[in-house]
Design a protein around this ligand. Structure first.
Ligand code: ZN
Length: 380
């Protein structure tokens, strides 16, 4: 069902002339957003301002850059895919391009008889539901998680067992998992009696909010109408389980269960419930995989997330509240925070994933993680 992708530039059957391709790649290097964020001997303790995307240039060159985006999409299941360049090449429409491409290449449009126009309208609405005012929880993060999900779904231990509805639900859970994120964390929402904490008193207010928005969007878009009742039930079950699994405060529960399964060697992904659990693990990996990316891309994500955290800290200061630990731009050391996040949150998950998968990709992810952890540790 899933298409095999080439994984190096040499593998691309280039549809453009060599001269045109060299020109496009040269432009892409020029526009690379992380160019100004080279590691320095004294890493900043607060996020630097990311460069402003040159949208006003790109709007004049739509056709030119969409061609470049099409070339990039041929490498979309390669781990070193640069989502920041892709977002610029698509003039901020990374989510729309990514969803349309995935649905085509995974054969989902044909399998379910989906209406391509309805799919496009759905993807555009979904993308617009992410706020652009945040630094981290934007549609670029959603596009990045879709791309990571697509890589992980290619895992040899999972791929042969995935049904079309599993693939569709996993990709759309990745796309919607932070829908309309308010840019503050659960702690802030609860202590400020935000309406979300009153709505979802059983826990995971943000994740329940994202899930319910997603289901509303699926319903109003009519996207799922061609699916059978059985497929729609499974779709809803997978999307809910995957979005709720992104609540980082429940991380230890998932890790304990995953570890037990690995020790017992009893994971059978042919079984629907075991497969659902593994899709949750894949979702969690996709969501927090930034430290597993190559150095500059990973660094850029670190700056963006810290910038969003510090904005919350600023709001707490402005409201004369106690500032959440690590959210205070005047006292938080970025290297310490990143190093701790990698060691205590990301590494345990990816170590288990590598133990389970044992693939070349899982090993590359862990190597990148170790290198980035080393960078932050020596930058303290
Ligand atoms: Zn996320």
């Amino acid at each position: 069902m899933a298409m095999e992708y080439p994984c190096s530039a040499a593998d691309i059957d280039v549809a453009v002339s060599g001269r045109r391709q060299r020109r496009l790649l040269s432009v892409s290097r020029y526009l690379h957003p992380v160019k100004g964020l080279q590691p320095s001997p004294d890493p900043p303790t607060k996020p630097e301002e990311p460069p402003t995307p040159p949208h006003h240039w790109l709007s004049l060159l739509d056709q030119h850059y969409y061609g470049q985006a099409e070339v990039m999409l041929r490498l979309v299941t390669c781990w070193d895919f640069d989502i920041f360049i892709f977002d610029r090449m698509t003039n901020g429409d990374a989510v729309v391009f990514m969803i349309e491409h995935m649905f085509n290449t995974y054969g989902l449009i044909r399998h379910f008889g989906l209406d391509p126009l309805r799919l496009r309208q759905f993807a555009v609405t979904l993308q617009d539901m992410y706020y652009t005012r945040h630094s981290y929880h934007t549609s670029v993060h959603a596009a990045d998680v879709i791309q990571a999900m697509s890589c992980l779904l290619q895992d040899p231990k999972l791929k042969p067992y995935l049904t079309p509805v599993d693939v569709m639900a996993a990709l759309l859970a990745a796309a919607t998992h932070d829908l309309s994120h308010p840019g503050v964390n659960q702690n802030y929402i609860v202590k400020n009696n935000h309406f979300l904490s009153a709505l979802y008193q059983d826990g995971s207010p943000l994740e329940n909010y994202h899930y319910n928005l997603a289901m509303g969007l699926f319903k109003t878009s009519g996207l799922l109408e061609p699916l059978s009742q059985q497929d729609r039930t499974r779709f809803g079950e997978v999307v809910q389980a995957l979005i709720l699994a992104t609540d980082i405060s429940r991380q230890s529960k998932y890790l304990a269960l995953f570890s037990t399964h690995i020790q017992n060697g009893d994971l059978d992904v042919a079984d629907e419930q075991h497969r659902l659990f593994m899709l949750q693990i894949v979702m969690k990996c996709s969501d927090i995989c930034n430290p597993c990316r190559t150095r500059l891309v990973s660094l850029y994500w670190s700056h963006l997330v810290m910038r969003e955290f510090f904005r919350q800290g600023d709001m707490e200061r402005g409201q004369h509240q106690e500032i959440s630990p690590l959210w205070d731009r005047h006292s938080t050391n970025m290297a310490n925070t990143q190093s701790a996040f990698i060691s205590f949150v990301v590494e345990p998950l990816f170590s288990l994933w590598n133990k389970y998968s044992g693939s070349a990709l899982s090993s590359t992810m862990l190597q990148n993680l170790q290198a980035n952890k080393q960078f932050w540790t020596t930058s303290k």
